[in-house]
Every structure is written in C-alpha cells, then in structure tokens.
Write a protein that binds this ligand. Structure first.
Ligand SMILES: *[C@@H]1O[C@H](CO)[C@@H](O)[C@H](O)[C@H]1NC(C)=O
Ligand SMILES: *[C@@H]1O[C@H](CO)[C@@H](O)[C@H](O)[C@H]1NC(C)=O
Ligand SMILES: *[C@@H]1O[C@H](CO)[C@@H](O)[C@H](O)[C@H]1NC(C)=O
Ligand SMILES: *[C@@H]1O[C@H](CO)[C@@H](O)[C@H](O)[C@H]1NC(C)=O
Length: 394
C-alpha cells in the first residue's frame, strides 16, 4: 500500500514536471526555430516565384486540381482592410477585453473592416453586448451552431477541434481577402495598420518549421487532403494564432474537404478527441497543393507575433516586462502573447499594460453608458467584473 502511494506520488510529480516544462520547451523551440527560419527565408527572397519552397505547378496541373471545386469564392470587400476573427467562450471575456483595450489603443485608422466573434450558443447573449460598444469597426457575433450544418450538433464535439475548424469555416462570413485570427490572450503591443501585415497583396506569416508543430498534425492533414508529399519539410512553413489567413486559401481547404469527404465532413473532423490536424497545417498544405501559397503570402521580414516579447509559463508571465514589449521599436511584430494557460490573473496583466493603453490617448471614441453593459458581460465571468469596469473605460 505504502509503496503504491509512493509510486503514485512519484508518477504525479513526474507528470507535473512534464506539464510545467512542456510550454517552456515549446517557447524555446519556437524562438530558436524562428531565428533559423528568418535566415532561410531571407536567403530565399531572391528566388522569385517560389520563395516558399513549394513547387510551382504547371498551369494544367493547377487547373486539374481546381476542377470540380465549388466556385463560392469572391472578394466582397475590396478595401484591402483586415477582418479580425476570434473564437471565444465566456471564460475568455476578461482577457478578451484586455486585448480589445490594446486594439483600441494601437490599431491605426482604416485597418479593420469588421470583427467576427465565434462563441458557444450559451455565451451568445453576453458576447452580443460587444456589438454595442463604440468601436470604429462593426462587430458580428456568431453562435457556433450557426457555423455548422444542421446535422452537426456543435456542442456534442471536442471543443478544441471545433475552435480550430471554426477558423476555417469563418471564411464564408469574411468579406475581405485577408483575416487575422486572434486569441483572447494576445496583446497588440505596437501601432498596426494593414501594411504591418500585408504588402502587395501578400500577407506575412509565422515561419515555424515542420519540426516545431506536432508532426502528426502535418501527416494527418496531408492524408485528409490527399496531398502527401507536397510541402517541403525543410522549409519554414506556417505557425499558429495569431496568423493572417487568405479567405481564398481557407475556402480551398473547405472545398477540398467537401470534395473528398462529402457534405458534413465537419462531423468527421470534430468527433475525434485526438484530432490529427490543425487549421494551420490544413491551410498550409492546401495552399501548397493548389499552388497558391506564394500568391497570397510572403515573409515580410517579421512575423505576426513576437516570441521574445511573449510569455508561455507562469514564471515568465509574472516576470513579463510590458515596458519592454510595448516600447521596443526595433520589434516589427505587432502582437505579444501572455498565454492564458499560465493562469496569471487578468488583474495582473491589466496592471502591467495599463499605462500603455491609457484612455487619454485611445483612438476610438468613448460611448456613454457602455460601462454597465461591460459589467453585464462580465456577469458571465464574475471574477473579472472588477477588472473590466475599472480599467477599460469603454
Ligand atoms: C522551388 O523550390 C524548390 C525547393 O526549394 C525546388 O526544389 C524547386 O525546383 C523550385 N522551383 C520550381 C519552379 O518549383
Ligand atoms: C501604415 O503605416 C505606415 C507607417 O506609419 C505608413 O507608411 C503606411 O502608409 C500605412 N499604411 C496604410 C495602408 O495606411
Ligand atoms: C523592462 O524593460 C525596460 C526596457 O527594456 C527596462 O528599462 C527595464 O529595466 C525592465 N524592467 C525590469 C524589471 O526588468
Ligand atoms: C527588441 O526587439 C528586438 C527584435 O525582436 C530584439 O532583438 C531585442 O532583443 C528586443 N529588445 C529587448 C530589450 O528585449
């Protein structure tokens, strides 16, 4: 008995250590990886049409692959602005409002066409209050159930997979060519406009290599799209949220999945707890398969978020230096991440960034009477109420 307890204790300890160290290992990998990736990409800039290392498809091969796909695609908003997309649930409300305060402060005018929030059906009433805030772009809140075909009861499936798939499904609701995926634990640390992320019709990306992303995601996605052997595993590929996605490419992913797996492919994708794909691996592989990655993406010398200015562990988060992140002019990456999973209280995050998002210099007009609505929103997540009404001054 004693021995068994002792064993169990040891196992628990090993597990805890593994869990605690995993995120920092990932951070280390990401930072190292991007340094190498930047070098490789800089060297490849001169290579012309296939900077990414994807094979340039013969026109007839590309035509063949595109044949039989739906033709749902058209750009409805030619303004070249960005659409912001964020899958959220009520427990993200506090972090999300901190993110919003940084957007309000650091987004330059004429950057955002619209914001789309994708939320569980039960959180819809709370989040729809946001559409009444005074922002300089419209916010649309969509209940998850409305994103899936009627035969897919969205609540019945693995939430993580659902959120991943939503970032692709949302392409049907996006009107601009490019959309930016956001999680609630991001912070916009530098002034940003469209040019920060998209130039000459091509969006920058987080150049993560094959080795950093889970290998089974790449392999599973290749299988799911029947596109084995397309991506070049030696080249920097595509990282995670925040990322700028092309609506064209996301639409191709969805059309390819429907072509191969039929209507209702969503069921297959969100059923499995151990999904063998991610939205970004599917996206990157489909872009390669249809020969369009270099049409819509080009590494602009910086990625979307700054790994050095981000924190993945509690220790890193509690010591996270906001001054450093928000004032470092040599860092061209607009976003930083203080990962929500670190469970650093929102109060601490907001205290750290408060001076950098002071209402005095906010770029978006205040609207009277928003605070009670904020408190109402926070009622879904009571611990956060103080933070919301105190700091954000909507
Ligand atoms: C593109 O890049 C890959 C890998 O760097 C290379 O093998 C290929 O020959 C290049 N050119 C074309 C036209 O695809
Ligand atoms: C974005 O800001 C930069 C620097 O302030 C400026 O040069 C550029 O013209 C702006 N782009 C747009 C699309 O407003
Ligand atoms: C935070 O960063 C700033 C700017 O890089 C630096 O001056 C300051 O000393 C740092 N603070 C701490 C506590 O490390
Ligand atoms: C500022 O950002 C640059 C570019 O990411 C980085 O190399 C540098 O270390 C940062 N400065 C500080 C004080 O962290």
């Amino acid at each position: 008995m004693h021995l068994r307890n002792c064993l169990a204790g040891t196992l628990a300890l090993v597990f805890l250590v593994a869990v605690l160290f995993e995120p920092s290992r990932q951070l280390y990998h990401r930072a190292q990886d991007w340094q190498a990736a930047r070098g490789a990409l800089a060297a490849a800039q001169s290579q012309g049409p296939n900077r990414s290392g994807d094979l340039v498809l013969e026109p007839h091969v590309q035509q063949q692959r595109l044949q039989g796909l739906g033709s749902k695609y058209e750009v409805k908003d030619p303004s070249a602005k960005l659409t912001l997309v964020s899958p959220l649930q009520i427990s993200d409300a506090g972090r999300f409002l901190i993110l919003m305060s940084t957007l309000r402060h650091n987004l330059l005018p004429k950057t955002v066409s619209a914001m789309i929030l994708l939320v569980p059906d039960s959180d819809y009433p709370a989040f729809s209050l946001i559409t009444r805030f005074a922002l300089d772009f419209p916010v649309t809140v969509i209940a998850e159930a409305d994103m899936f075909p009627p035969e897919v009861p969205s609540q019945a499936f693995n939430g993580y997979a659902r959120q991943m798939l939503l970032k692709l499904l949302v392409a049907q609701h996006v009107k601009t060519e490019f959309y930016l995926t956001l999680d609630a634990d991001l912070l916009l640390k530098r002034p940003m406009n469209v040019t920060s992320l998209v130039r000459n019709g091509k969006a920058t990306f987080n150049p993560e290599t094959y080795a950093v992303t889970k290998e089974h995601w790449w392999k599973g996605s290749e299988k799911m799209l029947e596109a084995e052997g397309c991506i070049n595993r030696e080249q920097p590929l595509f990282g995670v949220t925040p990322s700028v996605l092309s609506r064209r490419i996301s639409t191709l992913v969805l059309e390819r999945l429907e072509q191969l797996h039929g209507k209702g492919f969503e069921v297959m994708m969100v059923r499995d707890k151990h999904s063998e794909w991610s939205e970004y691996t599917l996206y990157r592989i489909a872009a390669c398969f249809f020969g369009v990655f270099d049409t819509y993406h080009e590494f602009l010398g910086h990625s979307v978020y700054d790994t050095h200015a981000s924190a993945w562990t509690y220790h890193a988060a509690i010591n996270w230096n906001a001054t450093n992140a928000f004032t470092n002019e040599t860092s061209a990456e607009p976003f930083a991440l203080v990962q929500g999973r670190t469970h650093l209280p929102e109060r601490v995050v907001s205290q750290k960034i408060e001076q950098f998002v002071s209402p005095a210099s906010a770029r978006v007009a205040k609207k009277e009477g928003s605070a009670p609505k904020l408190r109402q929103l926070a009622a879904g997540a009571p611990r956060r109420a103080g933070l919301l009404s105190e700091r954000l001054n909507f």
